[in-house]
Design a protein. Structure first.
Ligand code: NI
Length: 249
Protein backbone atom coordinates (compact mmCIF):
# COMPACT_ATOMS: atom_id res chain seq x y z
CA UNK A 1 0.00 0.00 0.00
CA UNK A 2 1.41 3.35 -1.00
CA UNK A 3 1.25 6.29 1.38
CA UNK A 4 0.26 8.37 -1.65
CA UNK A 5 -2.97 6.39 -1.95
CA UNK A 6 -3.96 6.54 1.75
CA UNK A 7 -6.04 9.03 3.69
CA UNK A 8 -4.79 10.39 7.01
CA UNK A 9 -7.21 8.22 9.05
CA UNK A 10 -5.87 5.17 7.18
CA UNK A 11 -2.28 6.12 8.03
CA UNK A 12 -3.31 6.64 11.65
CA UNK A 13 -4.90 3.17 11.73
CA UNK A 14 -1.77 1.63 10.16
CA UNK A 15 0.41 3.23 12.86
CA UNK A 16 -1.60 1.45 15.54
CA UNK A 17 -0.46 -1.89 14.01
CA UNK A 18 3.03 -1.04 12.75
CA UNK A 19 5.68 1.65 12.93
CA UNK A 20 7.58 0.32 9.90
CA UNK A 21 7.66 1.75 6.39
CA UNK A 22 9.51 1.00 3.15
CA UNK A 23 11.17 3.89 1.33
CA UNK A 24 12.17 3.40 -2.33
CA UNK A 25 15.17 5.43 -3.44
CA UNK A 26 16.35 5.64 -7.04
CA UNK A 27 17.99 7.93 -9.56
CA UNK A 28 17.14 9.78 -12.76
CA UNK A 29 20.01 8.94 -15.09
CA UNK A 30 20.83 7.54 -18.48
CA UNK A 31 20.64 3.77 -18.85
CA UNK A 32 22.12 3.35 -22.33
CA UNK A 33 20.33 3.53 -25.70
CA UNK A 34 17.37 1.32 -24.71
CA UNK A 35 17.08 1.93 -20.94
CA UNK A 36 14.74 4.50 -19.38
CA UNK A 37 16.01 7.50 -17.40
CA UNK A 38 13.84 6.43 -14.48
CA UNK A 39 15.12 2.83 -14.40
CA UNK A 40 16.55 2.92 -10.87
CA UNK A 41 13.51 4.66 -9.37
CA UNK A 42 11.09 2.36 -11.21
CA UNK A 43 12.96 -0.76 -10.03
CA UNK A 44 13.16 0.33 -6.39
CA UNK A 45 9.52 1.41 -6.26
CA UNK A 46 8.17 -1.68 -8.02
CA UNK A 47 10.11 -4.17 -5.89
CA UNK A 48 9.33 -2.26 -2.67
CA UNK A 49 5.60 -2.13 -3.48
CA UNK A 50 5.48 -5.81 -4.42
CA UNK A 51 7.25 -6.70 -1.15
CA UNK A 52 4.97 -4.42 0.87
CA UNK A 53 1.90 -6.14 -0.58
CA UNK A 54 3.16 -9.48 0.78
CA UNK A 55 3.45 -8.19 4.35
CA UNK A 56 0.76 -5.46 4.44
CA UNK A 57 3.33 -2.71 4.86
CA UNK A 58 3.23 0.91 3.80
CA UNK A 59 5.50 2.43 1.10
CA UNK A 60 6.62 6.06 1.34
CA UNK A 61 7.03 8.31 -1.72
CA UNK A 62 10.09 7.41 -3.79
CA UNK A 63 13.19 9.59 -3.58
CA UNK A 64 13.54 9.91 -7.37
CA UNK A 65 16.91 11.62 -7.94
CA UNK A 66 20.25 10.49 -6.53
CA UNK A 67 24.01 10.72 -6.92
CA UNK A 68 24.58 10.52 -10.69
CA UNK A 69 27.26 13.12 -11.47
CA UNK A 70 29.16 10.54 -13.53
CA UNK A 71 26.18 10.18 -15.90
CA UNK A 72 25.88 13.92 -16.61
CA UNK A 73 27.55 13.50 -20.02
CA UNK A 74 24.24 12.05 -21.28
CA UNK A 75 21.09 14.10 -22.00
CA UNK A 76 18.43 14.09 -19.35
CA UNK A 77 20.45 12.83 -16.39
CA UNK A 78 19.86 14.69 -13.13
CA UNK A 79 22.06 14.61 -10.06
CA UNK A 80 22.08 15.99 -6.54
CA UNK A 81 25.03 16.48 -4.19
CA UNK A 82 25.63 13.84 -1.54
CA UNK A 83 24.98 16.53 1.11
CA UNK A 84 21.58 17.23 -0.51
CA UNK A 85 20.66 13.54 -0.52
CA UNK A 86 21.60 13.28 3.16
CA UNK A 87 19.21 16.16 3.88
CA UNK A 88 16.43 14.64 1.77
CA UNK A 89 16.72 11.28 3.54
CA UNK A 90 16.64 13.04 6.92
CA UNK A 91 13.54 15.07 5.94
CA UNK A 92 11.78 11.89 4.74
CA UNK A 93 12.63 10.09 7.97
CA UNK A 94 11.97 12.91 10.45
CA UNK A 95 8.65 13.97 8.91
CA UNK A 96 7.39 10.39 9.05
CA UNK A 97 8.90 9.89 12.54
CA UNK A 98 6.86 12.89 13.72
CA UNK A 99 3.73 10.77 13.20
CA UNK A 100 5.14 7.72 14.94
CA UNK A 101 7.07 5.77 12.28
CA UNK A 102 10.23 4.30 13.80
CA UNK A 103 11.59 1.71 11.35
CA UNK A 104 12.67 2.85 7.90
CA UNK A 105 13.57 0.24 5.31
CA UNK A 106 15.15 1.85 2.26
CA UNK A 107 14.94 -0.16 -0.96
CA UNK A 108 17.71 1.25 -3.14
CA UNK A 109 17.91 1.09 -6.93
CA UNK A 110 21.24 2.82 -7.60
CA UNK A 111 24.78 1.82 -6.61
CA UNK A 112 25.88 5.47 -6.55
CA UNK A 113 23.54 6.12 -3.59
CA UNK A 114 24.85 3.42 -1.25
CA UNK A 115 27.56 5.40 0.58
CA UNK A 116 25.36 8.48 0.96
CA UNK A 117 22.42 6.51 2.36
CA UNK A 118 24.84 5.15 4.98
CA UNK A 119 26.03 8.68 5.76
CA UNK A 120 22.43 9.84 6.22
CA UNK A 121 21.78 7.01 8.68
CA UNK A 122 24.85 8.11 10.68
CA UNK A 123 23.46 11.64 10.86
CA UNK A 124 20.03 10.37 11.94
CA UNK A 125 21.54 8.21 14.71
CA UNK A 126 23.94 11.03 15.63
CA UNK A 127 21.07 13.40 16.42
CA UNK A 128 19.94 11.05 19.19
CA UNK A 129 23.45 10.14 20.32
CA UNK A 130 24.38 13.79 20.75
CA UNK A 131 21.05 14.97 22.20
CA UNK A 132 21.00 16.57 25.63
CA UNK A 133 20.11 14.33 28.58
CA UNK A 134 16.34 14.06 29.02
CA UNK A 135 15.70 14.70 25.34
CA UNK A 136 13.18 12.03 24.47
CA UNK A 137 13.79 11.61 20.76
CA UNK A 138 12.29 8.43 19.35
CA UNK A 139 14.33 5.30 18.88
CA UNK A 140 14.68 5.32 15.07
CA UNK A 141 16.10 2.42 13.08
CA UNK A 142 17.12 2.54 9.41
CA UNK A 143 18.18 -0.18 7.01
CA UNK A 144 19.10 -0.20 3.34
CA UNK A 145 18.80 -3.05 0.87
CA UNK A 146 19.78 -2.93 -2.80
CA UNK A 147 17.02 -4.70 -4.72
CA UNK A 148 19.43 -6.26 -7.23
CA UNK A 149 21.26 -8.07 -4.42
CA UNK A 150 18.24 -10.26 -3.73
CA UNK A 151 19.63 -13.84 -3.85
CA UNK A 152 16.54 -15.09 -5.70
CA UNK A 153 16.83 -12.31 -8.32
CA UNK A 154 20.57 -12.96 -8.71
CA UNK A 155 19.86 -16.61 -9.41
CA UNK A 156 17.48 -15.65 -12.25
CA UNK A 157 20.05 -13.18 -13.61
CA UNK A 158 22.73 -15.89 -13.72
CA UNK A 159 20.37 -18.29 -15.45
CA UNK A 160 19.07 -15.81 -18.05
CA UNK A 161 21.96 -13.46 -18.68
CA UNK A 162 25.28 -14.77 -17.32
CA UNK A 163 28.09 -12.46 -18.40
CA UNK A 164 25.72 -10.35 -20.54
CA UNK A 165 24.14 -8.86 -17.40
CA UNK A 166 26.79 -6.13 -17.05
CA UNK A 167 27.23 -3.43 -14.42
CA UNK A 168 25.11 -0.54 -15.67
CA UNK A 169 22.05 -0.50 -17.93
CA UNK A 170 22.05 -4.14 -16.86
CA UNK A 171 19.71 -6.65 -18.51
CA UNK A 172 17.81 -7.19 -15.26
CA UNK A 173 16.96 -3.57 -14.50
CA UNK A 174 15.92 -2.90 -18.12
CA UNK A 175 13.73 -6.03 -17.95
CA UNK A 176 12.00 -4.76 -14.78
CA UNK A 177 11.15 -1.45 -16.49
CA UNK A 178 9.81 -3.34 -19.52
CA UNK A 179 7.51 -5.29 -17.21
CA UNK A 180 6.41 -2.05 -15.50
CA UNK A 181 5.93 -0.03 -18.69
CA UNK A 182 5.57 -2.28 -21.75
CA UNK A 183 4.33 0.75 -23.70
CA UNK A 184 7.80 2.30 -23.33
CA UNK A 185 9.91 -0.62 -24.59
CA UNK A 186 12.52 0.73 -27.03
CA UNK A 187 13.53 -1.27 -30.07
CA UNK A 188 17.10 -0.08 -30.58
CA UNK A 189 20.04 -1.92 -32.18
CA UNK A 190 22.91 -1.99 -29.68
CA UNK A 191 26.38 -1.67 -31.17
CA UNK A 192 28.43 -3.45 -29.97
CA UNK A 193 25.86 -5.88 -28.53
CA UNK A 194 27.89 -6.24 -25.31
CA UNK A 195 29.18 -2.86 -24.04
CA UNK A 196 32.78 -2.28 -22.84
CA UNK A 197 33.28 -3.99 -19.51
CA UNK A 198 33.91 -2.86 -15.96
CA UNK A 199 36.48 -0.14 -15.50
CA UNK A 200 37.09 2.58 -12.93
CA UNK A 201 35.57 5.98 -13.65
CA UNK A 202 35.62 9.38 -12.02
CA UNK A 203 33.72 12.31 -13.53
CA UNK A 204 31.23 12.61 -16.40
CA UNK A 205 33.76 13.15 -19.24
CA UNK A 206 35.80 10.18 -18.01
CA UNK A 207 32.66 7.99 -17.88
CA UNK A 208 31.56 9.02 -21.38
CA UNK A 209 35.04 8.29 -22.81
CA UNK A 210 35.12 4.80 -21.33
CA UNK A 211 31.44 3.91 -21.90
CA UNK A 212 30.42 5.79 -25.07
CA UNK A 213 26.75 4.74 -25.19
CA UNK A 214 26.28 4.72 -21.41
CA UNK A 215 26.20 0.96 -20.78
CA UNK A 216 28.82 -0.88 -18.72
CA UNK A 217 29.42 -4.45 -19.83
CA UNK A 218 25.78 -5.25 -20.57
CA UNK A 219 23.66 -6.46 -23.47
CA UNK A 220 20.21 -5.23 -22.46
CA UNK A 221 18.73 -6.21 -25.85
CA UNK A 222 18.24 -9.54 -24.00
CA UNK A 223 15.79 -7.91 -21.55
CA UNK A 224 12.15 -9.01 -21.74
CA UNK A 225 9.05 -8.02 -19.76
CA UNK A 226 8.56 -11.69 -18.83
CA UNK A 227 12.01 -11.74 -17.20
CA UNK A 228 11.16 -8.46 -15.48
CA UNK A 229 8.05 -10.01 -13.95
CA UNK A 230 10.05 -12.96 -12.60
CA UNK A 231 12.73 -10.63 -11.21
CA UNK A 232 10.21 -8.42 -9.41
CA UNK A 233 8.50 -11.44 -7.82
CA UNK A 234 11.83 -12.94 -6.75
CA UNK A 235 13.20 -9.69 -5.34
CA UNK A 236 9.89 -8.91 -3.60
CA UNK A 237 10.06 -12.21 -1.70
CA UNK A 238 13.57 -11.49 -0.41
CA UNK A 239 12.76 -7.87 0.41
CA UNK A 240 9.61 -8.91 2.30
CA UNK A 241 11.63 -11.44 4.34
CA UNK A 242 14.34 -8.89 5.13
CA UNK A 243 11.72 -6.27 6.06
CA UNK A 244 9.95 -8.70 8.41
CA UNK A 245 13.24 -9.58 10.14
CA UNK A 246 14.06 -5.88 10.44
CA UNK A 247 10.66 -5.10 11.99
CA UNK A 248 10.95 -7.98 14.44
CA UNK A 249 14.54 -7.18 15.44
NI1 NI B 1 20.46 1.48 -12.84
Amino acid sequence: MELDHCTWPEVGAYLKKSTGILVPIGSTEQHGPNGLMGTDSICSKLTACAAADKVNALVAPTIPVGIAQHHMGFSGTMTIRPSTLVLLIKEWVFSLAHHGFEKFFFVNGHGGNIATIGAAFSEIYGERSLAAEGDNRPDLRCRQLNWWESPAAKKIVRELYGANEGMHAACSEVAVTQFAFPEHIKNVVLDPPVAPGPNRFTDAPDFRRKFPDGRIGSNPSLATPEAGKRLVEAAAGDIADAYTKFIES
